[in-house]
Design a protein around this ligand. Sequence first.
Ligand SMILES: Cc1cc2nc3c(=O)[nH]c(=O)nc-3n(C[C@H](O)[C@H](O)[C@H](O)COP(=O)(O)O)c2cc1C
Length: 206
Amino acid sequence: MKVLILFAHPRLSRSLVQRMLHDAVSTLPGITFHDLYAAYPDFMIDVAREQALLLEHDVVILQHPFYWYSAPAIVKEWLDRVLEIGWAYGPGGTHLQRKFLMNAISTGGAETAYHHGGRNRFEIAELLSPFNQSAHLCGMGYLEPFAVFAGRWMTSEDLALRTSDYQGLIEGLRDGHIDPMHRLAKGYSLPLAFEGHRSHKKRHAT
Ligand SMILES: Cc1cc2nc3c(=O)[nH]c(=O)nc-3n(C[C@H](O)[C@H](O)[C@H](O)COP(=O)(O)O)c2cc1C
């Protein structure tokens, strides 16, 4: 599978966790790593370029620190500008169908805080639901998020292990050892765009 990583960290020079994840995957062969803040320091996103990149890939990873229970601002700008009606969704908006989307995030909060009754009151999956539903609207599969919780408080050994988990996931998706259909987010119901595709494949298999 062709993997596109859209990376967003507004202060990479001060980053620890995302820097580790960045360094583990940014130069992997066969992966397209695209640093949005580096490409668009003025936020003037080149929509045609971004859409062309999306067309060339099967799996899109949004890799970013978790900011205000969501993503840094450029990710929102990217969604607002690139996922146009008539291209990504709506009449004629079929270009992302049967591709996959995943968030790869780092948080300040501990995993135990992301529960009902915990300090952050919601599960991470609930907080990421706008991404989940945006993927659904565009006919994409939404994958279980990859999260490094409270990475800045981890020992360097534990952070290195999580980093290598991430690298393994990206390589597995790239090489086909990990089937994205087996990594869909919990409870995710595939959009209709996949139905035709699956029965089409089944017809050809018999
Ligand atoms: C503007 C801002 C907003 C943040 N919002 C959250 C948040 O909502 N939840 C959380 O767990 N951590 C939050 N954090 C902490 C970051 O997610 C955390 O420091 C980061 O993921 C660590 O990665 P880094 O070392 O690459 O920056 C926030 C940090 C900043 C600067």
